[in-house]
Write a protein that binds this ligand. Structure first.
Ligand code: ZN
Length: 236
């Protein structure tokens, strides 16, 4: 193997890794690992020439880096490419085609299968998953509600799962209506229970005052630990 000399140059604030090789032309590529710019350059090319060529390609390089950055952000939002959280556990999506019946099926410990006749387009896939996740949360509510209505001694008129940006739940005391954040389906079930109890306690005490927290301590002695877990999980 020929010896390779590596060096870095900085252009427009972007670090460019240069590798000198026995080649005729200059090649630019972005590392799939971290989006850094890698250049393979002919061994005998003068640095001034090299800088000149790269300066002419900066618009292209910046565009590529932006695209890379965007892909990384999307990945982070989903946790992984095809990873989804359900009740505090991570699942990897598997598309099963040729299915007679369309369904989504968690296969413990970590697979989430989407059964379809043919492979779904990306937008459809995301839409079906979002609907399915919402259903899982909606189906978890009746049992929790029945149990806690008995313990707390209140009656909730309406439960709704909603997309909410800043709250895990909210309670309209007068209408006895509780809204739950659709993201709760991703967290461990005990976190959902904490939010449910918190919102139901508002039917006894509307404010976050001493009386409210006394109820919380009585009904759910470990509520602080659950709240901590709920919010810590968010930062994972
Ligand atoms: Zn509250």
């Amino acid at each position: 193997m020929a010896t390779e000399a590596a060096s870095d140059i900085i252009l427009a604030g972007i670090v460019i890794h240069i590798q000198r090789k026995e080649i005729k032309n200059l090649y630019i590529r972005l590392s799939p690992d971290d989006g850094s710019v890698m250049v393979s350059a002919p061994r005998n090319m003068k640095e001034a020439t090299l800088r000149n060529i790269l300066a002419g390609r900066m618009a292209w390089i910046e565009k590529r880096q932006k695209r890379y950055q965007k892909a990384i952000e999307t990945k982070l939002q989903n946790g992984d490419d095809e990873a989804y959280w359900l009740w505090g556990k991570k699942y990897h999506l598997e598309i099963v085609t040729g299915a007679l019946q369309s369904k989504i099926l968690p296969v413990p410990p970590s697979r989430l299968q989407m059964h379809r006749a043919i492979a779904p387009p990306v937008e459809k896939k995301e839409k079906w998953l979002a609907l399915w996740f919402r259903e899982q949360l909606e189906q978890a509510i009746p049992d929790l509600a029945a149990r806690w209505e008995k313990i707390i001694g209140v009656k909730v008129a309406v439960w709704r799962v909603k997309t909410m940006k800043t709250l895990w739940g909210s309670c309209n005391v007068r209408a006895r209506r509780i809204w739950l954040n659709s993201e709760l389906v991703k967290r461990p079930p005990e976190c959902l229970e904490y939010v449910v109890v918190h919102e139901m306690v508002h039917l006894l005490e509307a404010s976050h005052n001493r009386r409210f927290y006394a109820f919380m301590d009585r009904f759910l002695p470990d509520w602080k630990e659950r709240r901590r877990r709920l919010n810590r999980f968010l930062n994972m």
